[in-house]
Design a protein around this ligand. Sequence first.
Ligand SMILES: Cc1cc2nc3c(=O)[nH]c(=O)nc-3n(C[C@H](O)[C@H](O)[C@H](O)COP(=O)(O)OP(=O)(O)OC[C@H]3O[C@@H](n4cnc5c(N)ncnc54)[C@H](O)[C@@H]3O)c2cc1C
Length: 432
Amino acid sequence: MPSAIVIGGGLAGLSAAAALGGAGFHVEVFESRPFLGGRATSFPLSPASDASELIDNCQHILLRCCVNLLDFYARLGVQDSIRFYREFYFIEPGGRVSTLRRGALPAPLHFTESFMKMRFLGAGDKIAIARGLLALRRERTRRKDLDSITMLDWLLQKRQTPRAIERFWRQVLVSAVNEDVDRMAARHGFQVFWLGFLARADAYEMGVPAIPLGELYRAELWRGIGDISLRLRCPVERIDPEGITAGGQRRTADYYICALPFERLAGLGLPAPAFEHSPITGIHLWFDRAVTDLPHATLLDRTIQWMFNKSAGRYLQLVVSASRDLAAMSRADIVALALDELGEFFPDARQARMEKAHVIKELRATFSAAPGTEALRPAPETSRTDLFLAGDWTRSGWPATMEGAVRSGYLAAEAVTAASGRPARFLLPDIA
Ligand SMILES: Cc1cc2nc3c(=O)[nH]c(=O)nc-3n(C[C@H](O)[C@H](O)[C@H](O)COP(=O)(O)OP(=O)(O)OC[C@H]3O[C@@H](n4cnc5c(N)ncnc54)[C@H](O)[C@@H]3O)c2cc1C
């Protein structure tokens, strides 16, 4: 069977490796870091100590409509390590909670009951949102300008109220696409609401890994999949027509998949698009007592957008997507801001003593899904017949997410099988 070298052990590279390994290819994965998972990984909080707890780079969540990511987890046998939740909690400053869950009606009306009861929106906001969702459903396949206008342009065209934009559309989309509604192409907003909210009644269910992210790809899980060798701490220094150089050594294979972030390609002599980045900030806080019993919640009208309860209400992970405003702030100031805001949503946090805090600013979290970007995202094929591209920034059909990365890996693996004369299909179609 032919051989393939995969460069980069993030989700794009790992999914390509799993697909090709399963199809009988001899696969070698080269990853520069000592662990797999790329941006969707975990690491020891205190690297110097063997007993250090593992923390996620940042809380990563998925939805049931992430069918390729779930397929990849199934290949590794870890699908049961994802815990799905049917409730979304929206909290206002002051602590009032509204819950979104599906009811008895079929899609696309499955949220009607809980949506009507949401207390953070007025009747006018709800009517505007219902009108907006209907228009989205109708215009999804008809409009041709969804990659050239922003989501905010579209929301204003549909006469959405300021509160509906701020507390509903923006609140959902900024975290899903990691970009603000005045900067994201409308096509991404459409996709999130169509696939996640309208197409199927269970599609919105939120999956949260019940184990540290890095353990989803641990070494022993790869044994049953095929002939796949994982080379950690092995940065690739060069890619040229004769092969690659990794750790000073030449390596060759029949096919190569470059699954690196786009900003790394130029350093290896490959052309790359000049996308802008959008940052994400993760704030980990440990308290001396429980400050909430909710498993997670989205926080309205403030800087912090999401809270995830990682351990008995005492260890919380807070997430701010498209966090440009926090980029220049010191970590101490970010922690102070987070504590202030938490107290507004969870009064118990005011009495609690913070035991430790850890802030991770990912300035290059994802590419910015701005209007006009879609046409610049490359397909897996390159000018070479033996070299293919993968990564959440390539043309996967999804924004930069774990699902987008896995889709890109499967597409690159399909392109390799086609080039080898053994065409195979790995990509699963979207749910609708
Ligand atoms: C803070 C944060 C929060 C996020 N939250 C979510 C979320 O909730 N849900 C979601 O779906 N997505 C989320 N994402 C996005 C998601 O993590 C990414 O879209 C996805 O993991 C990208 O995978 P990838 O394989 O394309 O790239 P990467 O994960 O970046 O993988 C690239 C790999 O290449 C390696 N590498 C780099 N240079 C070399 C070299 N020279 N040689 C060998 N290896 C090299 C890197 O170490 C890395 O492991 C989040 C991202 C961030 C940063």
